[in-house]
Design a protein around this ligand. Sequence first.
Ligand code: ATP
Ligand code: MG
Length: 336
Amino acid sequence: MTDLKQPVVLTGDRTTGPLHLGHYVGSLRARVQLQYEAKQFLLLADTQALTDNMGSPHRISRNVLEVALDYLAVGIDPTRSTIFIQSQVPELAELSQYLLNLVTLARLERNPTIKEEIRLRGFERDIPAGFLTYPVSQAADITAFKATLVPVGDDQLPMIEQTNELVRRFNNSVERAVLVECEAVLARVPRLPGIDGKAKMSKSLGNAIQLAASPDEIVKAVNDMYTDPNHLRVSDPGRVEGNVVFAFLDAFEPDIELVTELKAQYRRGGLGDSVVKRELNERLQALLAPIRERRLELARDPAGVLAILSRGTVLARETAGATLCDVKAALGLSYF
Ligand code: ATP
Ligand code: MG
């Protein structure tokens, strides 16, 4: 029997490249848990990835399979979660079209995440219109599934706020509760920094450790990690704040006492970067080895993975189609 109060989850990732440890702590860990408690839809956001990648569209479509492999490798179970491809659900684009009329250009330009992304990408005034409006398409993705929970990293909070604004505007304008407001689910580590010390690990910034990283790549990434530039000799007191190695230990080392002890020693002086890095390397190797193995095994059967996505996409279309029917009826757009 279906539990009527069961939460509905919609989350996803842009298919700009394989997923990394930021995704893992920011939302993948939560998604693996949520699939046992909620009805979960996972979106492979190829359409959204194209909003700033029209110069290399095939890279975006190629990465759909990579991200799907990451999902399955970390423990997303396709019998519990519906994994689907955004571009193959045209109902989402159609719903976006209506929602676009409920937001102003000024409001889109005020979205702090978009502002930062525009700066990072160097768009200045040459912003692709699709990019500026992607929060609306994201709102369509969320509302098409009547999602109540959205597990995200903290860079996505402005998107959730914008989604709920659109829901309220839409419902007001049709004078009934057709769309449903949602709530962000923030992880314990809402933002993992990049190995270079930049605030966010990101596919586009080249500062990531991929879930599929080889043992050597992990060693190299940990060695390259930004620490405290003034911690020159082992005996020097060091800074833990802004030190990427400690940020990673906070995110990945379950032995909190050990991390507290290491931080205290580091602050006092007498603990070398190499010792802390060795500890982190061991932790990351242990986390990623089983994921990598499972990923390699799954990658031997790409047709099997595509079949999972095809089944998921059929299911997703049914749900999004039903919402779109309600939306169009509420707008009076049901003529025949
Ligand atoms: P791109 O550079 O293509 O934007 P990205 O690495 O920023 O890629 P997204 O696909 O935009 O990743 O993000 C998908 C989800 O993962 C979002 O919920 C986002 O908040 C979360 N996420 C991404 N990077 C991090 C991170 N470093 N820490 C925590 N969460 C993250
Ligand atoms: Mg991003």
